[in-house]
Design a protein around this ligand. Structure first.
Ligand code: C5P
Length: 226
């Protein structure tokens, strides 16, 4: 059967990974979380001391980036987990600290070049649903289906706040909202691959949709392409 690549882009915490994961499962495709790759690089850089509150040691990161290998494996519960040079870092990369560092290192052109190269390699056989910021514009400009998700900052902050609270992080809703706005600003205005809807992407505002409703919408879009 014909296989296609599907790009799911949008700003942080707009439900991209939920939609991309659900859709991949439903249609039997491979799900790839491109943000997890930037997070894994950020974790490596944080551990090495190359990212501090007000500085990034770009030279060190550039020199060592070829040593960073990111892979994905599915655990016994059927969930995908991220590995950094063979170590399971799935839990560690989800913290706010790593997310912020990821947002900062992802503005560097040499980081993006390496991630895009690895992502294109993963998608060359098709049958991939990849979520991120630049999948429809840079990674798979030829993807047969491109979805651009949006939701208001307040809706996204509430979802993210609930997720973090469940994980036991001590944080207020206001802090999460401020963090989302700061990341939106950086992800939208950076010179390297800012978040932008591809001209041929279909936009969906999921502020008032349930997870099931947005999945059904995506399945309908997929079926139209097949
Ligand atoms: O999606 P997630 O929040 O896990 O991504 C972490 C960070 O990685 C984002 O804030 C964004 O700056 C960056 N990213 C990116 N390009 C992608 C995916 C993520 O720049 N394709």
């Amino acid at each position: 059967m014909k296989k296609i690549n599907i790009a799911v882009d949008g700003l942080s915490s707009c439900g991209k990974s939920t939609l991309a994961k659900d859709l991949a499962k439903k249609i039997g495709y491979t799900y790839i979380d491109s943000g997890a790759m930037y997070r894994a690089v950020a974790l490596y850089a944080l551990r090495s001391g190359w990212v501090t509150e007000d500085d990034i040691d770009k030279e060190a990161l550039k020199q060592h980036i070829p040593e960073i290998r990111i892979t994905f494996r599915t655990n016994e519960q059927g969930q995908q987990e991220t590995y950094l040079n063979g170590e399971n870092v799935e839990k560690e990369i989800r913290s706010l600290e790593v997310g912020n560092a990821a947002s900062r290192i992802s503005t560097l052109d040499f980081v993006r070049r390496e991630m895009v190269r690895q992502q294109q390699e993963m998608g060359k056989e098709k049958g991939v649903v990849m979520d991120g910021r630049d999948i429809g514009t840079v990674v798979f400009p030829d993807a047969e289906l491109k979805i651009f998700l949006t939701a208001s900052p307040e809706t996204r902050a509430l979802r993210r706040f609930n997720e973090l609270k469940e994980k036991g992080e001590e944080i207020t809703y206001e802090e999460v909202l401020a963090n989302i706005k700061e990341r939106d600003e950086r992800d939208s205005n950076r010179s390297q691959s800012p978040v932008r809807k591809a001209d041929d992407a279909i936009e969906l505002d999921n502020s008032n949709l349930t997870v099931e409703e947005q999945l059904q919408w995506a399945i309908d879009m997929f079926n139209k392409k097949m």
